[in-house]
Design a protein around this ligand. Structure first.
Ligand code: PRX
Length: 677
């Protein structure tokens, strides 16, 4: 969420021109097997039943001590859920499945090189490895309940093993996305006060074995500069008997985890039963400005919410093979690769690499080979898969019953390709809208119950009660245009605070529409999501993007996504991104960047076709000043298009530091093209 979000919401009367799409209904086969088909579910989770309705989710867990108070608001807006309860997350994700399912696959790991076999960890094997690792963390590193540990690792099975080992001890983990730099990691080590860093020597990406340990040295140095000593660095190895990094191991600080683990073979650690409201993990959100914020997530509330939404929205059954292609270093991976699926005793697939390496069929080969039936990814990946291999899915023999899209609004054109080509027109799709801060889904259709509508996330999920406010705090009703979408009520998955900065938590997320800062009543504390949204008459929400992603053209606010979506209607276009460009007369005008599907050439006729499409889809108000046809978009390592960089180029400003992008070279190329010279 942007630092500006709480102040930069002074636009009323937003004009929305994105047309409503037709419903697409789930198949009868899907409905027949769905976990949730009870039409009264939303009533069961109505505001009149709040907060006790969430008992349903809490009861998906095993409690060491059952809780007595569903929601304690005495420290509003820091909510405490399931107070009095005690539980352990690793017990819920692992131990409790052993009695009936110890030989079942818990995690299936697909390494990037296809020459390497998949690795299957049964629940029993996971149990053994989590216990041994927990013993090491406790006895070798001296870690105990309440300590923080920073984990900077790529997509390898040792990552969830380490997270679960922390959870077993009640140690708070802070996983930093493996693609982040050493510097970013160091800042997060310092902020969380971790004195142990857990890292990896190397990993594969795009066919190359990358040196990862080198980042640990930088991270430790940065943490030291910020006053945080790191006593131990544990280094997992991609290949147990080799060290694939250029950097030397530092004597007395760096240890190969597999070497030390030999001391702990066969060790078992009793799960530490922690209070439900104890923190389970921190997840930093990286704003472009300001210090990263450590979102603190709870144990009982978070796990209950991850489990409940995994069951009813992801429709995970114990016998499913579920593959979420996100990285565990993001909240999606925490909730919907690790904690949700494992709590439910499902089989969760992890993939090390890039879905289009070595060729556009890679993702579908994994799906075929593992017989994946639930597939979860993001619009950016869907667009990429569509761009490089639009006909590829048809060549493979897999069958998805359910698919997810998350992270950005998805353009109806892209949605339809996902549904028709990837899902063979049979898979139910959920467009799940949520955030790092929210722990789990906020809006989505309940897939066995509600029809899909391309481009709309859907109604709120059970127990979530959104409200859209204008800048004066007046409710914007259904059909009333766009405003700032807030959530009226707390829910168990919501983060508890910003680590070490309660004031910032209150100011950024709760102060905007609060009228009585002393109130202990949750009704006085709507949660500000920082997104703009519209509500249509049928109760479906359409997320327009961040409040600061909205372009105001001559007093008409247009969601950037609307314009981008219009560009994508053009058959040749693979990706589109719009930024606002300063204009003397109109204030700002949209400037459109597009990349093409393979085999198409940039030319003026195509540019005109794209402009015409935007005018046709939205109206002349949205006409882009230019259409820049680029070879590729500047992207973050997690694949998000960097509109900030494009905006700097359009406006002739400094692009800032672009070295952390996945493809920094493209920036100069686009700059030359747009600015000449
Ligand atoms: O703007 C919304 C967008 O992503 C933001 C949250 O990003 P992050 O904390 O990184 O979490 C991503 C994974 C949940 C939101 O404020 N967003 C997320 N999901 C959607 C979305 N926008 C539209 N549709 C979605 N399904």
């Amino acid at each position: 969420m942007s630092e500006k979000a709480t102040t930069d919401v002074n636009e009323a009367g937003i004009a929305v021109h994105w047309q409503e799409e037709e419903y697409v209904h789930p198949t009868t086969d899907f409905i027949a097997q769905a976990n949730m088909t009870d039409p009264t579910i939303h009533d069961q989770f109505g505001l009149d039943k709040f907060p006790n309705c969430f008992k349903q989710y809490a009861d998906l867990l095993d409690w060491y001590e059952y809780w007595h108070t569903t929601l304690d608001t005495s420290d509003a807006p820091c909510w405490k859920w399931f107070v009095g309860g005690k539980l352990n997350v690793s017990y819920n994700c692992v131990d409790r499945h052993l009695a009936d399912n110890k030989n079942k696959a818990a995690i299936i790991y697909a390494p990037e090189p296809e020459s390497e076999d998949h690795l299957v960890l049964t629940y029993q094997e996971l149990y053994v490895r989590v216990n041994e690792t927990a013993a090491l963390l406790q006895d070798f590193c001296g870690l105990k309940h309440g300590d923080r540990v920073t984990i900077h690792m790529p997509m390898v099975p040792e990552l969830p093993i380490t997270m679960l080992a922390c959870a077993r001890l009640g140690v708070i983990h802070s996983v930093v996305f493996g693609g982040f730099s050493g510097k970013a990691c160091g800042e997060r080590i310092a902020d969380s006060g971790s004195n142990v860093l857990i890292t990896m020597d190397s990993y594969y990406r795009n066919g190359k074995l990358l040196d990862h340990k080198v980042k640990a040295d930088e991270a430790v140095a940065i943490a030291n500069e910020e006053g945080q000593e790191v006593d131990k660095v544990l280094v997992w190895q991609r290949y147990r008997d080799k060290y694939n990094s250029e950097t030397p191991m530092v004597d007395g600080r760096d240890y190969f985890t597999y070497d030390v683990l030999k001391e702990y073979r066969g060790k078992r650690i009793d799960p530490v039963w922690v209070p439900a409201e104890d923190p389970l993990f921190l997840m930093y959100t990286s704003g472009t400005t300001g210090k990263p914020k450590g979102c603190q997530h709870s144990t009982g509330g978070y796990l209950a919410y991850a489990a409940g939404t995994s069951k009813y929205i992801q429709d995970i059954h114990p016998e499913d093979v579920y593959w979420c292609m996100a990285d565990i270093g993001w909240i999606t991976g925490h909730s919907y690769i690790v904690y949700g699926p494992l709590t439910l005793g499902a089989t969760t697939v992890m993939f090390e690499g890039v879905p289009v390496y070595p060729d556009p069929g890679r993702a579908w080969r994994i799906a075929e080979q593992l017989d994946v039936n639930i597939f979860h990814t993001a619009p950016t990946t869907i667009r990429m898969l569509r761009k490089v291999g639009p006909d590829e899915p048809a060549k493979y023999n897999y069958k998805f019953k359910h698919m997810t899209t998350v992270g950005e609004p998805i353009e109806p054109e892209v949605w339809r390709w996902y549904h028709k080509v990837v899902g063979r027109g049979e898979a139910a799709i959920v467009d799940t809208w949520w955030q790092t801060e929210t722990g789990g889904f906020l809006c989505s259709t309940v897939p066995g119950l509600e029809p899909m509508k391309p481009g709309s996330a859907g109604p709120a999920v059970p127990g979530i009660h959104p409200i859209i406010y204008d800048d004066d705090g007046k409710e914007v009703g259904a059909g009333g245009g766009a405003g700032n979408i807030c959530i009226q009520n707390p829910w168990p998955g919501a983060f508890q605070t910003i680590w070490g900065d309660r004031d910032r938590y209150v100011t950024n997320y709760y102060a905007r529409y609060n009228t009585n800062p002393d109130s202990k009543d949750w009704r006085d504390w709507p949660y500000l999501t920082g997104d703009a949204a519209t509500l249509s008459e049928d109760g479906y929400y359409r997320i327009l993007g961040r409040i600061d992603d909205v372009i105001n053209v001559s007093g008409h606010r247009l969601g950037t996504k609307e314009i981008e979506s219009a560009g994508l209607v053009v058959q040749e276009v693979a990706e589109s991104a719009v930024v606002s460009m300063a204009d003397e007369l109109k204030g700002v005008v949209p400037d459109l960047y597009v990349s093409l599907k393979p085999g198409y050439e940039a030319n003026d006729a195509l540019k005109k076709k794209i402009i015409d499409a935007v005018i046709r889809e939205i109206g002349p108000i949205a006409k882009p000043a230019h259409v820049h046809i680029v070879r590729d978009m500047p992207k973050t390592r997690s694949g998000k298009i960097m509109r900030r960089v494009l905006s700097a180029i359009s406006n002739g400003k400094d692009t800032g530091d672009v070295t952390t992008l996945a493809n920094p070279d493209i920036v100069e190329e686009i700059q030359k093209m747009v600015q000449g010279g």
